[in-house]
Ligand binder design. Structure first.
Ligand code: ZN
Length: 325
C-alpha cells in the first residue's frame, strides 16, 4: 500500500468544530433506529464541506480507502462505512444534512484510535471523526453591538458582562440545581465562561467585532439536549453594560455557519482549518472567491469551538436555509 500523506496533528490538537445539531439530524428515522441497534463499536465520520446528496459513491469510496489506510488492511477486514439517507423533510439549505457516515466493524481499539485522531486530512479527502456519543459543544452564543474595540481587554469586559448577566438571572440557578444539586456547580460554570472575538467586514468600508461565548466545562449532566436548554437560557439574558451599550445575540439568519467544518462560531472565510500547518485540504485562496463579508483575514488563533443551530436547536437558533456564511 503506498504511503499516505496526512496533515500532522498540531501540538495542541486540532480546533474542535462545535457541532450543535444532533449528528443524526435529518437522518431517515428507520435508518436511525437500525443504526442505533447495530452492535459493536461505532463512530461517525464527516467529510469536509459535507452536503447530503444521493450519489456519494465517490466520497464513500475515498472514506473507506482512507480508513483502511489509517487502521491497516488487516484491522479493517470487517469495516463497514454506512451511508446516511435523508428523511423527507423539505430543506432549502445549500449544504443539507445528514452529513455523517457511520463507521462499523472495527475493534474498539481501532475505533478509539480513529476518534482520537479528530481530523484526517489528505490530498484526496479530509474528514472529521466523532465518537458515537456526540460530544456536547462548549459554544453558547455570539454577541454583537457592544461599543468596544477588538482587543483582549474588551474580551475581559464582555466576559464580565456575560458572567454578571448569568448571575443576575432568576431561571438559570433553578435550571442548574435541577440537574445537579451541588451549590458549587453554577459558580463553577460561570467561572469557566470565556470569550473570543472575531472581527469581520460587514461591508466594503465597515468592519465590526463580535464576541463568541463559551463555557469550557461540560459536566456529564449537560447532555446535548440539556445543553440546548442551557444555551436557550443564556440567549434570553440581557447583556447590559454601563458604558458599552447592550449586547444582543447574533441569531437567525445572521448566525455564522462554516461550510467547511460546520462550526457555528465563525464564517467560512475565518475557518481555522485551512491555515493549519501542513493542511492538505482546500487552500485559503479558494476562500478569496467568496463575498467580501466572508473574506476577513483568517485568524487561526481565534477559537474554533462552537455550536450549530438548526433543527432541534432551541431559541431562535437559525433554521437552515439561510445564507451559508
Ligand atoms: Zn470552519
Amino acid at each position: 500500500m503506498p504511503l499516505l500523506e496526512i496533515t500532522p496533528h498540531p501540538p495542541n490538537g486540532f480546533p474542535v468544530p462545535q457541532i450543535c445539531d444532533p449528528v443524526t439530524d435529518s437522518l431517515d428515522e428507520m435508518l436511525l433506529t437500525a443504526w442505533m441497534n447495530k452492535p459493536g463499536p461505532k463512530a461517525w465520520v464527516r467529510p469536509w464541506r459535507a452536503k447530503f446528496k444521493h450519489n456519494v459513491e465517490a466520497t464513500w469510496s475515498k472514506i473507506r480507502t482512507l480508513i483502511q489506510h489509517v487502521v491497516g488492511k488487516d484491522t479493517s477486514t470487517n469495516l463497514i462505512i454506512s451511508t446516511p439517507q435523508q428523511d423527507n423533510t423539505f430543506t432549502t439549505e445549500c449544504n443539507p444534512p445528514p452529513w455523517h457516515f457511520l463507521i462499523l466493524g472495527l475493534s474498539q481499539e481501532a475505533t478509539t484510535f480513529l476518534v482520537n485522531l479528530q481530523v484526517i486530512s489528505t490530498p484526496e479527502i479530509m474528514v472529521f471523526m466523532l465518537p458515537f456519543i456526540q460530544p456536547t459543544p462548549t459554544f453558547l452564543c455570539t454577541l454583537e453591538n457592544f461599543t468596544l474595540p477588538d482587543s483582549p481587554e474588551s474580551n475581559t469586559i464582555v466576559t464580565n458582562i456575560v458572567k454578571h448577566a448569568i448571575q443576575s438571572d432568576d431561571l438559570i440557578p433553578d435550571f442548574i440545581r435541577g440537574l445537579d444539586p451541588n451549590p458549587d456547580m453554577l459558580p463553577t460554570l460561570i467561572n469557566l465562561i470565556h470569550i473570543t472575538s472575531i472581527h469581520i467586514a460587514s461591508n466594503v468600508t465597515r468592519k465590526h467585532t463580535l464576541w463568541n461565548v463559551y463555557c469550557s466545562y461540560t459536566p456529564t449532566f449537560l447532555t446535548l439536549e440539556k445543553h440546548f436548554l442551557w444555551c436557550c437560557l443564556i440567549c434570553n439574558l440581557h447583556f447590559c453594560s454601563k458604558d458599552h451599550g447592550m449586547g444582543i445575540v447574533h441569531l437567525g439568519k445572521k448566525q455564522f455557519r462554516c461550510m467547511g467544518c460546520k462550526s457555528l462560531d465563525h464564517p467560512t472565510g475565518l475557518c481555522p482549518f485551512p491555515v493549519i500547518l501542513g493542511w492538505l485540504g482546500p487552500k485559503p485562496q479558494l476562500v478569496a472567491s467568496l463575498p467580501a463579508q466572508l473574506t476577513s483575514t483568517p485568524k487561526p488563533t481565534r477559537g474554533c469551538s462552537s455550536t450549530r443551530g438548526g433543527r432541534g436547536a432551541p431559541c431562535g437558533r437559525p433554521s437552515r436555509g439561510g445564507p451559508c456564511h
